[in-house]
Ligand binder design. Structure first.
Ligand code: ADP
Length: 185
């Protein structure tokens, strides 16, 4: 049974690493970014509300995010483990997640922080070319990350749940370091 949270700036490689790790541990990869992009593509109520925030590099409001995550973590496929990617993104979301996990009598094993310097991130995101990846939106997402999400690194470090991995290496090297970090944590 494995329950993991992935932290890291946009473009850190969370998606790629999370998918590989979830596969290796046969647990569902729960990506709030993927869920939201799916909702936007299908033009659901959630998607229609979330799109403007995503396009601007803003966080989607908690009034939409919290129910979404609570519902997703109550589904049967994640009863035996999960890898959460993109949530929590704020201290408020982390506190909410604590409550949800407490309610369903689960706890997270590790919080993995993928560390990548800012200049590398901007270059990576510009090369990625997603619709929300133009330079001013990227810079804004990074600001939002620094202000709202980066404090979670200390939040989880103080609780001794944090495992940090250098994300500024080739994909295979990051995967290897991740596996080692989890085994020796
Ligand atoms: P990245 O991998 O670039 O960090 P994601 O795919 O995780 O981006 O998320 C894309 C967008 O979806 C974010 O910029 C944000 O607008 C929205 N989003 C995803 N997760 C959350 C969340 N937990 N809270 C608020 N907004 C979110």
């Amino acid at each position: 049974m494995t329950r993991l949270i992935f932290l890291g700036p946009p473009g850190a490689g969370k998606g790629t690493q999370a998918q590989a790790l979830a596969h290796a541990h046969t647990i569902p990869h729960v990506s709030t970014g993927d869920i939201l992009r799916g909702a936007v593509a299908q033009q659901t109520d959630l998607g229609l509300k979330a799109k403007a925030f995503m396009d601007e590099g803003e966080l989607v409001p908690d009034s939409l995010m919290l129910d979404l995550v609570r519902d997703r973590l109550s589904q049967s496929d994640v009863a035996e483990g999960w890898l959460l990617d993109g949530f929590p993104r704020t201290v408020n979301q982390a506190t909410f997640l604590d409550q949800v996990l407490n309610d369903i009598r689960q706890s997270c094993d590790y919080v993995i922080n993928l560390d990548v310097p800012d200049d590398i991130i901007v270059t990576r995101l510009l090369n990625r070319g997603r619709t929300d990846d133009n330079e001013s939106v990227i810079r804004h997402r990074l600001e939002v990350y620094r202000e709202q999400t980066a404090p979670l690194i200390d939040f989880y470090r103080q609780r001794q749940q944090l495992v940090s991995v250098n994300g500024n290496q080739p994909v295979e090297a990051v995967s290897r370091d991740l596996q080692q970090a989890i085994q020796s944590a």
